[in-house]
Design a protein around this ligand. Structure first.
Ligand SMILES: Nc1ncnc2c1ncn2[C@@H]1O[C@H](COP(=O)(O)OP(=O)(O)OP(=O)(O)O)[C@@H](O)[C@H]1O
Length: 336
């Protein structure tokens, strides 16, 4: 578990200091994939560097499994740093070595020999989806494949934590998807805790369990992605849920309309039709849509409901764990 408490970090600026992090606190559960999302210059890389113990904060603490890292130095600091792998775009692959050789390099440095090394490299190339590319050099690989080699290399020494700073920047959607799959597998199959920074909300939707939204160095929102999706008005929900774009005239045909957020297979598949038949109401989706957060289907629909029991049907849907928001009376019922 990584616990970040009240981190503040500034850099000298031309006139005034630049406050890159302002009182940032967050908790990254062991084995989770935690996303830090925010616009350019919001402090994401600075946060990753401070958590990686590459940079000291002005104030605040970073705890790793409860250990306060502030007072560490010398051998102890090196030991703890070894648990923290950094996926760093500035650390190029060895151009003259193969994909397998690049993944093996940290193991060679640690003196891991023969069959043990081969087996570990094979396992990591498999995890990275690069078994077929083991003998190719970086120049023969795509940028996305090179990033996957770099993930294999970062994981070679068996770190507990991987800090992935903007791992999908500048690559196309398919290649980004493959990089995220490798990170997801590293978490699931190796139990690595991953802190990932990104500007791209779709990265959060695909792989993150938890998220912190950074803006100008401050955490403006944090929590589990699924909880935030269900919390009306959250930035995460607004960014990740399908947009609702329903013309007013269409809503006006209904006694009631409401926005309903549904999380999970059972809810998305069954709740609305069941409410319709149970209460004898005509219930239609008139906007919104379906998306996925990790493996979980998530929907935001605008529903229109006609029938005497429209309110009861919406209340029943809410009682079943759906999040029903802004139930505004339709013009038809106001006139009635
Ligand atoms: N070493 C440094 N020296 C001076 N200023 C810095 C340094 N590192 C970061 N900053 C400043 O701190 C602020 C936060 O930068 P940071 O790189 O952490 O943001 P970011 O969210 O990672 O941005 P991006 O998504 O564009 O990479 C910016 O104003 C940046 O210019």
């Amino acid at each position: 578990m990584i616990t970040v408490e009240n981190l503040t970090k500034s850099f000298p600026g031309k006139q005034n200091p630049v406050l890159a992090l302002r009182d940032v606190s967050l908790e990254v559960g062991a084995g989770s994939l935690y996303g830090v999302v925010g616009p350019g210059k919001s402090g994401k890389s600075t946060l990753a560097r401070v958590v990686a113990l590459q940079e000291k904060p002005d104030r605040g603490t970073v705890r790793l499994d409860g250990l306060n890292t502030a007072g560490l130095d010398g051998r102890r600091l090196r030991e703890v740093r070894r648990q923290l792998a950094v996926l760093d775009a500035n650390q190029p692959l060895h151009a003259e070595r193969t994909a397998a050789g690049n993944v093996a390099a940290p193991l060679e440095q640690l003196g891991v020999e023969g069959p043990q090394r081969r087996s570990r490299v094979g396992r990591l190339l498999d995890l990275a989806g690069l078994t077929q590319r083991a003998a190719q050099r970086p120049s023969e690989l795509t940028e996305g494949q090179r990033r996957r080699v770099a993930i294999g290399r970062a994981l070679a020494a068996g770190p507990a934590v991987l800090l992935a700073d903007d791992p999908t920047a500048g690559i196309d959607a398919d290649e980004a998807g493959a990089v995220l799959t490798v990170l997801d597998r590293a978490r699931a199959e190796l139990g690595v805790t991953i802190l990932l920074t990104t500007q791209d909300a779709s990265v959060v939707r695909r792989v993150c369990d938890d998220v912190a939204v950074l803006d100008s160095g401050r955490v403006v929102e944090h929590g589990s992605v699924l909880d935030l999706l269900a919390s009306p008005g959250s930035r995460t929900a607004e960014t990740l849920l399908p947009a609702i774009d329903t013309p007013r005239a269409q809503s006006a045909r209904y006694d009631r309309f409401a926005d309903v957020v549904l999380v999970g297979f059972a809810a998305v598949g069954a709740l609305l039709p069941e409410a319709g038949s149970r209460f004898g109401v005509d219930l239609a989706t008139i906007g919104g849509g379906l998306t996925r957060v990790g493996d979980t289907p998530v929907a935001r629909f605008r529903v229109g409901v006609n029938g005497k029991q429209a309110d009861s049907a919406l209340a029943w849907i809410a009682d079943r764990g759906a999040h029903v928001t802004h139930p505004i009376e339709g013009p038809k019922s106001v006139a009635a």
